[in-house]
Design a protein around this ligand. Structure first.
Ligand code: NDP
Length: 335
């Protein structure tokens, strides 16, 4: 059987170029003992993948040159030498960037079918983005009832979940920023945001101060750069920031200078704490216990931007980096 796969063939400098990648047909070996073959239904396209294209020590190893890239995916077992994962089982795994995946039983996690919901839910509100939002808000920033919360990247996969979770936990005001008028409408109408602004419309600190007349107690940072500096200006004494990501710098050839107002950490007693969810899996059950019933009952909203066809996965990645997604960016693979 043939699997269509995306490989990294050279390490991008700045914005990735099409020539940094190769799209290939790979003939799969016959299944070994304890192995399964899975037809992916959705593959996840994520900002952190840009970091894995660099040869740099990080919390997750770089993609290997000449090898198929990896990433989150959900699919269905189509051939099995594993009694635990019979044909038809829905599974989640890390063998993305390909249409057909194959490997040992332990590399795949069985997922429950949720009536009426596509399997992509495990890559969005019930997957890494939802869990990231929950951990950032409640474990890292220790958000409390009555806090005023600012979330950048509000219309993305993490941001759409974070807005709702903050509201559900009693935030007094949820403020978001995103890159288009349509995204502002979406997050203020469906994702728990009281107010949001388009960061492309002008000075971020001024727009944020206008949207948060009483300041902010919690900042959930998906963007870094100017957004982080603006948040530090507007934070109240004792404010906490969960530094979740810095997408504004992922494609920069030279790292931009950091916030110029770090002295305010001292004068206001602020705490900024970075995190990656790989160190917080122990909270996954508590997160699922709260959010899965809300997702199943339709009380939790999410949005997806779907690009069809494994051959278009690179376009999906560019789209994500260019802000063309609303909510979770996915590649859907037809059976
Ligand atoms: P998103 O769905 O938010 O997609 C990325 C979005 O980033 C784009 O749609 C775009 O929206 C925005 N963006 C791109 N360039 C810029 C820029 N220069 N300035 C401001 N915004 C920009 O992705 P995710 O929800 O998956 O991830 C959000 C953040 O969370 C990322 O930084 C990611 O690395 C991080 N993350 C961290 C994890 C952790 O464990 N710490 C786990 C998962 C994600 P717009 O139109 O608004 O510009």
């Amino acid at each position: 059987m043939i699997s269509h796969q995306w490989k990294l063939v050279s390490r991008p400098v700045g914005w990735p170029k099409a020539s940094d990648f190769a799209y290939e047909e790979v003939e799969l070996a016959p299944l070994g003992d304890g192995e399964v073959r899975v037809a992916n239904e959705f593959i996840s396209v994520d900002p952190y993948m840009r970091g894995r294209m660099n040869d740099m020590k990080s919390y997750i190893p770089p993609f290997e040159l000449g090898k198929t890239m990896l990433g989150g995916a959900v699919g269905r077992v189509i051939e099995s030498n594993s009694p635990e994962l019979p044909v038809g089982t829905l599974v989640e795994h890390m063998k993305g960037w390909r249409d057909i995946a194959q490997g040992r039983t332990a590399e795949f996690t069985k997922r429950r079918e949720l009536p009426g919901l596509a399997s992509s839910v495990y890559l969005g509100p019930l997957g890494v983005p939802g869990l990231t939002a929950w951990i950032g808000l409640f474990v890292i920033a220790e958000m409390k009832q009555g806090d005023s919360v600012f979330i950048s990247g509000a219309a993305g996969a993490v941001g759409t979940a974070a807005g709702q979770l903050a509201k559900l936990h009693g935030a007094s005001r949820v403020i978001g920023s995103a890159g288009s008028a349509e995204k502002i409408d979406l997050v203020t109408s469906t994702c728990g945001y009281d107010v949001a602004f388009n960061y492309k419309d002008g000075h971020i600190a001024r727009q944020l101060a206008g949207a948060a007349p009483d300041g902010i107690d919690v900042y959930f940072d998906n963007v870094g750069g100017d957004h982080l500096e603006a948040a530090i200006y507007v934070m109240n004494d004792g404010g906490r920031a969960a530094i979740c990501g810095s997408i504004s710098s992922y494609n920069e050839e030279k790292m931009p200078p950091g916030p110029r107002n770090l002295w305010m950490l001292t004068t206001k007693g602020l705490r900024l704490e970075g995190f990656t969810i790989v160190n917080y899996w122990q909270h996954a059950d508590a997160f699922a216990a709260e959010v899965a019933p809300l997702v199943a009952s339709g009380e939790f909203e999410w949005s997806e931007t779907i690009v069809d066809g494994i051959e278009n996965a690179l376009d999906a990645f560019y789209g994500l980096m260019n802000g063309q997604n609303t909510g979770k960016m996915l590649v859907r693979i037809a059976p």
